[in-house]
Write a protein of this length. Structure first.
Length: 436
C-alpha cells in the first residue's frame, strides 16, 4: 500500500508519515507519545497546516489535532477560557462570542489551530498588544516520556516562558488557557493612501489607532491601509454584497487573476497592479474577530521578519528600492504590522516593540531570489523570522538574536532529551537536541 501523503496548506511541504492519528482526547495523545517512545519513533502534531516551513513534517507519527477542538471551561467572571489545542481560531472566536468574550487581538487569517498559531509566534497588529501567545495564562504539555506538565507564570515558569512559543519542539500541547476580553465591536476604516505619506506619519498612525497596518502594492506608490478601533457603537457591517465583492471578488478572484497573469505576462501584471488600490474608502462596524481576519483563497508562499519598530521606515524603503531595481514582477502586496514587545523566550517580539514586514509570492512562483534579498536586508536589523514562514536562517545565525536562547534549550533537553519531537526543520533552526 502506498504511504499516505500529508501536505500543508500552501502545498510547498509534504511528508509520508508512518502513521497518521486523529485523537480527540488528552488520554489518546498520551498513549501515542508513550507508544512512540517505546518504539523509538518521532512524533509531530499538526493543526491546519498553515505554516509554510517544514515545522510539522515527520516520517514517524503525525498527529492531526483537528478532533481536539472543544472548549473545556469558560469563566465569565475572570474571562479565562481553557480549550483543547486543536480548535481553530475561527471556531474558537465564534464560541467565545456566544459567551460574551473575545480574544484581544488576532492575525489576518483564522484558519490555524490555536496551538499552531501560538507555537509559531503568530500575531496581529497594534502597538498596545502582543502576539497571540501573550494572551496565554496556562498550558498543559505532554513531554516525551508521557508526563503531563501544567505550566503558568506561577507553576513551572521556565517551561511556560518557553512553551508559549514552543515551535512544537518541547512536547504535545493538549490544552491552552487564554485570558480573554469582553466581546467588542471594531470600527474599521480601510482605503488607499500614498505610501510615502504613510511612512512620513508612521508614528502618528501607529499611536492614534489600536490596530494599524498597511499593504504596499509593489511597483506603485500606493498602499492599502487598515485602521481598526474598539467602539461602543452598534454594528453597522458591510452589506452582504459589498462584503462578498470586497473579500471574495476583489480580494481573491480578481487578485488571483492578477497573480496568474503575472506568471504569463509580467508587464501586463504591473499595469493591472495599479488598479489594486482603487477600491476606495470603506468604513464599517462589526464584531472584532470578523474584522481582524479575512478569507484567503489564493494560495501563496510567505516570508515575514520581525525588526525593531524604529527601523520600519528604513527597512521598508530598502525593500521598495530592491524590488524597483531587481526587475522582478511582484504581484502580492508587502504587509506591514506593529506589535508591543514581550518577554516570551523565542517570541519574535521578545524585548522590543516590533515591526513585521511580510512578503509573498503566488504559489508555484520561484521565491528564492526575492526572499533571500529581503532576508539580507532584515539581517541588518537583527531580524527574526516568523517561525512558521519561509526563511533561510540556521541555529547559528538565530541564537545571537534571542537573549533567552540557552534557557529555551535547557527546557527542550529536559522535556525531550532524545529528540522525539524534532525533525529536519527544527534541527536546522534550533540545532540537534544532542548538540544544543
Amino acid at each position: 500500500m502506498a504511504p499516505r501523503i500529508w501536505r500543508n496548506w500552501s502545498r510547498i511541504q509534504q511528508c509520508a508519515p508512518a502513521q497518521i492519528h486523529k485523537p480527540i482526547s488528552e488520554e489518546e495523545l498520551v498513549r501515542i507519545v508513550k507508544r512512540a517512545a517505546s518504539e523509538g519513533e518521532r512524533v509531530k502534531a499538526v493543526g491546519a497546516g498553515h505554516s509554510f516551513t517544514g515545522i510539522a513534517l515527520t516520517d514517524g507519527h503525525l498527529i492531526d489535532l483537528s478532533g481536539c477542538d472543544l472548549i473545556l471551561s469558560a469563566n465569565s467572571d475572570d474571562r479565562r477560557v481553557t480549550m483543547q489545542s486543536g480548535i481553530s481560531l475561527s471556531r474558537l472566536n465564534d464560541q467565545l462570542w456566544d459567551r460574551g468574550l473575545a480574544m484581544e487581538n488576532l492575525g489576518d487569517i483564522a484558519y490555524q489551530s490555536i496551538a499552531g498559531a501560538v507555537a509559531t509566534a503568530t500575531h496581529g497588529t497594534g502597538i498596545k498588544f502582543g502576539g497571540l501567545a501573550t494572551q496565554i495564562s496556562g498550558m498543559r504539555i505532554i513531554a516525551a516520556d508521557g508526563t503531563i506538565i501544567d505550566c503558568s507564570a506561577d507553576q513551572e515558569p521556565e517551561v511556560f516562558s518557553a512553551a508559549r512559543v514552543g515551535l512544537g519542539a518541547l512536547g504535545l500541547v493538549s490544552a491552552i488557557t487564554l485570558d480573554c476580553e469582553r466581546a467588542f465591536n471594531l470600527h474599521a476604516v480601510e482605503g488607499p493612501e500614498r505610501v510615502d505619506e504613510i511612512l512620513e506619519n508612521l508614528e502618528e498612525n501607529i499611536a492614534a489607532n489600536e490596530h494599524f497596518e498597511f499593504f504596499w502594492v509593489p511597483n506603485t506608490g500606493w498602499a492599502l491601509t487598515k485602521r481598526n478601533n474598539r467602539t461602543t457603537e452598534p454594528p453597522n457591517p458591510r452589506g452582504r454584497w459589498r462584503e462578498f465583492r470586497d473579500d471574495i471578488i476583489y480580494g481573491n478572484v480578481f487578485f488571483g487573476l492578477v497573480c496568474r497573469v503575472g506568471r504569463l505576462r509580467p508587464s501586463l501584471a504591473r499595469t493591472i497592479a495599479h488598479y489594486l488600490p482603487s477600491s476606495g474608502r470603506v468604513e464599517y462596524i462589526d464584531r472584532g474577530y470578523r474584522i481582524f481576519a479575512s478569507p484567503r483563497l489564493v494560495r501563496f508562499y510567505e516570508m515575514e521578519y520581525a525588526i525593531p519598530i524604529e527601523a520600519a521606515t528604513e527597512a521598508l524603503n530598502r525593500v521598495r528600492e530592491y524590488i524597483a531595481r531587481s526587475g522582478l514582477t511582484i504581484t502580492f502586496p508587502v504587509e506591514v504590522r506593529f506589535t508591543k514587545g514581550d518577554d516570551i523566550t523565542l517570541s519574535t517580539a521578545n524585548g522590543r516593540d516590533t515591526c513585521y514586514i511580510a512578503i509573498h509570492v503566488f504559489e508555484g512562483t520561484p521565491y528564492q531570489q526575492y526572499f533571500s534579498a529581503v532576508e539580507d536586508i532584515m539581517d541588518d536589523y537583527g531580524g527574526r523570522p516568523h517561525w512558521g514562514k519561509l526563511h533561510f536562517q540556521k541555529a547559528e545565525t538565530l541564537a545571537p538574536r534571542y537573549p533567552g536562547w540557552d534557557a529555551f534549550q535547557t527546557v527542550r533537553r529536559r522535556l525531550d532529551p532524545n529528540g522525539m519531537f524534532s525533525n529536519p526543520y527544527l534541527d536546522r533552526v534550533l540545532g540537534r537536541i544532542d548538540e544544543s
